[in-house]
Design a protein around this ligand. Sequence first.
Ligand SMILES: [Zn+2]
Ligand SMILES: [Zn+2]
Length: 368
Amino acid sequence: MAHRPTGKLVYLDEPEEIQIEEHEVPEPGPDGILTEVVRANVCGSELHIWKGHHPEVKEGVLGHEALCRVSELGANVDTDYAGQPVAEGDLIAPAYFITCRKCAACQRGQFNLCENAYENWSKPPEEPPHFHGTFGTHYFVHPDQYFYKVPEGLDPGIAAGANCALSQVLYGIDEIGVGSDDTVVVQGAGGLGLNAIAVANERGAETIVVEGVDRRLDRAEAFGVDHTVDFREYDTVEARAERVADLTGGVGADVGIEVAGVPAAFAEGIHLVRKGGRYLEMGNVSPGQMADFDPGLLTRRSIRIESAVRYDPWYLRKALAFLDDHADDYPYDRLIDTEFDLLDVGEALERSESRDVTRATLVPEHAD
Ligand SMILES: [Zn+2]
Ligand SMILES: [Zn+2]
């Protein structure tokens, strides 16, 4: 057997215990792709996993938001999932999950709910093909894992975020429906919230953000939000509901989007949305955390609630196209504020957790 190069990967042993290991990089096999990781972002859900709060993932190789360079293509792989020819050296963005098209959810066409989505994610590092996550020098893209070529000229630092937050937001917003007549209230101006502001804005909607951190309020404004409601100034649900009503002709927003990620925000949402409005729950992702909720008010107001987890995998192509069209219209380059060497992943996680940095990105040494 020919000698294979080795690469490094980062894995979680137990909560907050990360290790770096060196493994031989795998062959791509007939239908897989071996890539070099160019940049991998530290996403909120990595922090969840690292802390031991994720319902399904407790250990294994970390990382899911990334931009990769094709280093070896399986013999049967000649295009991406949009039919564009792909070759060694191309930059690609892979979805972080697989779409099997055979399970019960896929049979119903609910590809975002594929029951095998995480079949290859966060596996133990000793298990081939070892590079199960994007926190590494390499990453293995499996058969049934959608991936798309990155549009020529799109800044890699901007493109690296496409496969998580922006794809999620585009999918969720299509599910709930946002048009040019709508006023949209976004609860929270983290990565999901800023993307939600940008997408709602491009759909022609008027946008309001509810947020209580200066730096986040500033960034919401930089992303073109029309109105801000400062959580510290309007410090009760009633006060915030009244403020949103004032901004919307006295009726409340047409659409609410929860991306604050705290249970109380969901309970508050129906107070911010008008009678007959729509509400999208996307930020709360850890089951078992509770909020007091007023179901009678929900009925009286007849608000339609949708939730969205993951996305139909072709939304990743839409996300890359959105960035290609609008990277200059919004300060996407400011979303990633700190770069770390892959080997400094511990520091990257700690400083992300303490919110000392907004979005950290890991850059393995081999990358340009
Ligand atoms: Zn993510
Ligand atoms: Zn499936």
